[in-house]
Design a binder for this molecule. Structure first.
Ligand code: PEP
Ligand code: MG
Length: 825
């Protein structure tokens, strides 16, 4: 046990708040040579993540595990505040026990501390004592003499062992001191089952930090984890695995929250309304319901001819509005986000829609009535479809319908939502036009009851940088305007009427995130080098020529995935070779020597191109998509390859084939590329493939013989490995690229590539999640390609971690049984 000297006790400490109290106890630890001064910031940081209040007037502040190097020698110090210091709302602390622990030598002191926890008289005595020895004696007394009996107790209640149990040795670094015990509790709480832990004759409640600390379990002792309940098997496995792996700290855990490199899960006490994360960030403010104005139209009209002409005029004007809106959004948020408005223009040319309206007009109805009847019926039909994606298009039909209807209105009643103060906007659903009109200064966040991950609200909210939740369910609509809310766009949770302490947590987190984002953006051009000198290339995924420059400006070191589909969509014929060449050249110019990986056309699946007149397929994701389509349509593939080889003369361009499932496909595609190259007498270009089909993973050793590099497309790989449609609104939560099955696939890919001497990148969404990036780095991936806004955060994350740590993390992730376990690491 560590020695506790008089120099480690501060009596009659003065502090007006928690931070001052922590700084005081930290200064003792610094003065005693236990830690460097910077660790005190780490202690303050931890308070934002976890509550270090033990109970009954005692708190045990300690730092984050990542800052462990700042600890010089394990030690504790105690500051006494006779008047009490408010810790969290309503928690008054008299003894602040600061911990700087490299190992678990202090564990017996902690166990002694917890022994006095229930003893109010002793705590009062220690809070007022003028003799430091009273505190020292209490903390260092031999535990054999203390009040523990040899009976099995938890919280002074006799308890029994559970039948289901496992004995595990606490691994070398992990006695059950504050950090690992907190990690244990965090995991235990994820399960319904009761969890008990036996150490010798003592039994603790595995979901109580205090109870676990009371065990006084040192490193290398064997504890018995016991579980009882509906999910006891998984609980037992998760806990035993975690203990064997050393029980990482809770600060490293929580859901992967991809905004900044240090994003951590926030522990709110208010129960959440759970939705789906739509756009990251935290919003705090009153809610405000979104309302459309009421459009009034006459039912009948005199002249069908006049009405038909009014309708045609209204449709033409709506098209102009939509074109303008498209241009505006494109300018602000890029072509991909604006594309929906071009689709709306297309909708307005739908002959069925028009025909039905004209029919109504001929029956004597006004243009407005006729049009509303036509589009509403169409929208209701679409809303009843089984296909989730198509269902969402009902919202688009209503949106364009209303746009035209407004132009035919006789009167507008009930003003639409006019926000008088910044608020969290709540709605059943928002149409793309509604969302595009939002003023980011007034809209703190968006929560919609309907919608799935593909909803345009989510996409546009992301482009406007507004935190958003989709699919929150109808309950959210029952709250009044003005009700205070915290919207967590990372987890998809909305907390209404939050407690004061939750508001404090949210505000702190929001400030931290803003500061962090700024710091990360400032450092975006620095390389992503781990603390032990391992470099990871961080590049961007783009889908428009103009985005190449934006990527470079955001710190990207090149383009890891150019989705060339953008050249083929929203038009009536394929782009010419010349048009493609010009577009690629625009990018090589903007990249100025940085690499550009051009993926050949990946049409099919969810990406439809009407002018190609492709036969409709029962299972488009398993149909003629990606390279299969390229091979089937040389009229599309060959001009694209020619354009790429020509662009290859203007900068470091690489070719990447999508959806390769077999060696034959790769060889066939390469043969065509080589034929084109020879025809053009062009220089060879590196050819890589996307690994996004399970067969490609399993055949990676063979494929690697014919490819210069691999890039793992985790979006598709996840859907094919887990057999969950990547766009499915209700399955998308489970279709997690951090699922161990997907990670094991990536591991196999990296191993095959390494043996063949080629490199592996990842260009699926998980590469842009700082937590995902950490695991991927540990798996041996050397290039991470992501959407532009993620570049700075991922680089910052890589710079903060050591390669050794990430390798260990990856190993643990591979050993997990569920995606939730991986995310809890
Ligand atoms: C992927 O599947 O992970 C990928 C990057 O390709 P896309 O999302 O374009 O299918
Ligand atoms: Mg893909």
């Amino acid at each position: 046990m560590i020695q506790l000297g008089i120099q480690s006790i501060q009596l009659r400490g003065q502090a007006s708040n928690k931070s001052e109290a922590i700084k005081l106890v930290a200064s003792l630890l610094v003065a005693n040579g236990n830690m460097q001064a910077a660790y005190s910031d780490s202690m303050l940081q931890r308070e934002k993540i976890a509550n270090t209040y033990l109970g009954n007037g005692i708190a045990i502040p300690h730092g984050l595990p990542k800052d462990r190097e700042l600890i010089l020698q394990t030690g504790i110090a105690v500051a006494q505040f006779s008047e009490g210091v408010e810790w969290n709302s309503g928690e008054i602390v008299y003894l602040v026990v600061g911990i700087a622990a490299r190992s678990d030598e202090h564990i017996e002191l902690l166990a002694n501390l917890t022994d006095v926890l229930d003893d109010a008289a002793t705590i009062q005595r220690l809070a007022k004592t003028t003799n430091a020895m009273d505190i020292i004696d209490c903390l260092t007394k031999s535990r054999d003499n203390n009040t523990q009996t040899n009976e099995s107790h938890t919280n002074n209640v006799h308890v029994d062992d559970f039948d289901k149990s496992i004995d595990v040795e606490l691994n070398s670094d992990g006695g059950l001191h504050a950090r690992p015990a907190t990690a244990f509790v965090e995991i235990a709480k994820q399960f319904q089952s009761e969890v008990r832990v036996r150490h010798g004759s003592k039994i603790a409640n595995g979901k109580s930090l205090v109870s676990l600390l009371k065990l006084g379990a040192n490193k290398r002792v064997t504890i018995r984890i016991m579980v009882s309940g509906s999910d006891e098997d998984s609980a037992l496995k998760a806990l035993a695995d975690a203990v064997r792996l050393g029980l990482e700290d809770e600060a490293e855990s929580g859901h992967a929250l991809p905004v900044t490199s240090s994003q951590v899960a926030l522990n709110f006490s208010t129960p959440p309304i759970a939705g789906i994360a739509g756009s990251i960030g935290i919003a705090i403010g009153p809610i405000c319901h979104f309302r459309h104005e009421k459009i009034v139209v006459a039912v009948t009209a005199q002249s069908p001819d006049i009405e038909e002409s009014r309708l045609n005029h209204a449709i033409a004007s709506a098209k102009v509005q939509l074109q303008n809106l498209h241009d505006e959004v494109k300018e602000r948020s890029g072509a991909a986000h604006a594309a929906i408005f071009l689709a709306h223009i297309e909708f307005l040319s739908d002959p069925d829609l028009l025909e039905a309206a004209v029919c109504n007009i001929k029956l004597g109805h006004s243009a407005g009535w006729a049009w509303r009847d036509s589009y509403s019926k169409r929208a209701s039909e679409v809303a009843c479809l089984e296909d989730a994606l198509l269902k969402e298009r009902a919202n688009d039909i209503s949106d364009i319908g209303r746009r035209v209807l407004r132009l035919l209105a006789d009167a507008l009643e009930e003003a639409p939502t006019a926000m008088t103060e910044p608020a969290i906007l709540v709605a059943e659903d928002l149409s793309p036009s509604d969302t595009a009109k939002l003023d980011p200064k007034m809209v703190l966040g968006i929560c919609i009851a309907a919608g799935g991950p593909t909803s345009h609200t989510a996409i546009i909210a992301r482009s406007l940088d507004i935190p958003a939740i989709v699919g929150a369910g109808p309950a959210v609509l029952n709250y009044q305007d003005g009700v205070m809310g915290i919207l967590d766009g990372h987890t998809g949770n909305l907390y209404l009427n939050p407690s004061e302490s939750d508001l404090v947590i949210a505000r702190n987190a929001q400030q931290d995130q803003q500061a962090q984002r700024m710091a990360e953006n400032l450092a975006c051009y620095e390389p992503a080098m781990t603390t032990d000198g391992h470099r990871v290339e961080v590049v961007a995924n783009i889908g428009a020529a103009a985005e190449a420059e934006q990527a470079v400006n955001a710190g990207s070191e090149g383009i890891g995935l150019l989705r060339t589909e953008f050249l083929f969509l929203q038009r009536s014929e394929p782009p010419s070779e010349e048009e493609q060449y010009k577009s690629y050249c625009e990018m090589t110019k903007a990249l100025n020597g940085l690499p550009l990986i051009i993926r050949t056309l990946d049409i099919g699946g969810d990406k439809e191109v009407p002018y190609l007149s492709l036969p409709s397929e029962q299972n488009p994701f398993l149909g003629v998509r990606g390279i299969r389509l390229c091979l089937a349509r040389p009229d599309l593939f060959k001009p694209q390859l020619r354009a790429i080889y020509r662009a290859g003369m203007t900068g470091p361009v690489k070719i990447m084939f999508p959806m390769i499932a077999t060696v034959e496909e790769l060889l066939a595609a390469k043969a065509i590329a080589e034929e084109i190259r020879k025809e053009m007498n062009a220089n060879p270009i590196e050819i890589g493939i996307m690994i996004e089909v399970p067969s490609a993973v399993l055949m990676a050793p063979e494929l690697a013989r014919h490819a210069d590099f691999f890039s793992v497309g985790t979006n598709d790989l996840t859907q094919y490995v887990l057999a969950m449609d990547r766009l499915h609104p209700s399955l998308s939560r489970q279709a997690d690229a951090l699922h161990p099955a997907v990670l094991r696939m990536i591991d196999l890919t990296v191993k095959a590539a390494k043996s063949a001497g080629i490199w592996v990148g990842v260009c699926g969404g998980i590469a842009g999640d700082p937590k995902g990036a950490a695991i991927l780095t540990g798996l041996g991936v050397t290039e991470l390609s992501m959407s532009i806004p993620s570049v700075a955060a991922v680089k910052a994350k890589v710079r903060k971690m050591s390669y050794t740590e990430s390798v260990a993390l990856a190993k643990r992730a591979l050993a997990c049984s569920t995606a939730a376990e991986v995310r809890a690491l």
